[in-house]
Design a protein around this ligand. Structure first.
Ligand code: NAD
Length: 274
């Protein structure tokens, strides 16, 4: 992890950038397009959207208009909760692809583990994967027990699990489980939606390395082997969040940040979201 171009290799051999741009709540059209252009300009090569974010059209336009070969950009989208089930999921995928205007997708995720439905939805993702429509498939907001259910029933193992992950919610057992099964963990809300940036431990570490708190939090993800997708629509912050490949946190500082864990979520618990 020495450069923004570095990737983690998913268990099917596909390379996924360690850093991506999250675009939740970025408005479709100019806002999301400008954010992506700013990100690609400073070297980001991964964009995380979802059908639910209502900005796939702008994401697709930004990717297609970037002047960068398609195979150098990693695009993720997700199937939303009311589109579970085989037929619905296949339809939702086509709708996303139409909005994105792309020939293939890099990563398709089940956004949340809708009880009683996610196993059938997973089989639809396997179909899309086998048909070559998507280079990798995965899940989001899956606890260990959700993953166990998938692993017991699947033909293709999920390549990624995207979950809320930051120093207040370190989810050690989940990270250990994912690593043991070769499922890449990916952090959403890596900055705690901005609310961890003023934590005194984080600001002290930031001062020690002469970095910003956001850079410290994102570097901490990388050193835990976790892919990270901070969100911003401001060019300056997008650039700041990418300056995390030219320094390393010492173990003592990793430990201090790990010590902030309170099992505290800013988003819903995957066992209780419907
Ligand atoms: P985040 O932790 O990335 O925080 C984003 C907020 O932090 C921004 O709105 C901005 O206010 C602030 N910020 C960003 N960079 C900053 C900087 N350098 N300095 C100061 N403030 C800064 O929160 P998020 O948007 O919730 O998560 C990131 C991405 O994860 C989303 O955009 C989305 O793509 C994904 N996500 C996925 C799920 C899921 O269920 N799978 C849920 C939430 C988010």
């Amino acid at each position: 992890m020495k450069s923004i171009a570095d990737t983690t290799t998913l268990h099917n051999g596909v390379g996924m950038p360690w850093l991506g741009l999250g675009v939740y709540k970025a408005e479709d059209g100019t806002e999301v397009k400008q954010a992506i252009a700013a990100a690609l300009n400073v070297g980001y090569r991964s964009i995380d959207t979802a059908a639910f974010y209502d900005n796939e059209k702008g994401v697709g336009e930004a990717v297609r208009e970037a002047g960068i070969p398609r195979d150098e950009i990693f695009v993720t989208t997700k199937v939303w909760n009311d589109d579970h089930g085989r037929a619905q999921t296949l339809r939702a995928f086509e709708r996303s692809m139409e909005l994105l205007g792309l020939e293939y997708l890099d990563l398709y995720l089940i956004h949340w583990p809708v009880p009683g439905q996610f196993l059938e939805t997973w089989r639809a993702l396997e179909e899309l994967y086998r048909a070559g429509r998507v280079r990798a498939i995965g899940v989001s907001n899956f606890h260990v027990h959700h993953l166990q259910a998938v692993l017991e029933n699947c033909e293709v193992k999920p390549m990624v699990n995207q979950v809320e992950y930051h120093p207040l919610l370190t989810q050690k057992p989940l990270l250990t489980y994912c690593q043991a099964h070769n499922i890449q963990l990916e952090a959403w809300s890596p900055l705690g939606r901005g609310r961890i940036l003023t934590d005194p431990v984080v600001t002290a570490v930031a001062a020690k390395y002469d970095r910003t708190p956001a850079q410290i939090l994102l570097r901490w993800d990388l050193q835990h082997g976790v892919v990270t997708i901070p969100k911003s629509v401001k060019a300056q912050r997008i650039a700041e969040n990418a300056q995390i490949f030219d320094f390393a946190l010492e173990q003592v500082d990793m430990d201090a940040i790990d010590g902030l864990n309170r099992d505290q979520r800013f988003g819903p618990d995957p066992d209780n979201f419907v």
